[in-house]
Design a protein around this ligand. Sequence first.
Ligand code: SF4
Length: 91
Amino acid sequence: MFQLAVHFVSPFKAVVLQLRFVGACSILGLFGWSLASFAADAIARAKKMHQIPCTKCRFFTGDYRLKCTVNPHLANTEQAIGCSDYQNKNI
Ligand code: SF4
């Protein structure tokens, strides 16, 4: 059975080798694309998280039980970006 399969495949050996090469390149390309996509997502996420102003705000306590005395439900979340109650603690 195996001999028969080898007999049928041998004329297409060059094509099969090229298909293997294309397959390997495709897998490597997908892996690289996945890594690049992951890195781009991580950078975008990090930029978004750095826009949260709470750690520089006067009302931020740094205590996990009450993070903010004005908007405790918003503190350290993405919803705090553009918070209208933000006041710089250094002023
Ligand atoms: S007032 Fe707004 S910016 Fe300041 S700590 Fe609270 S949620 Fe964050």
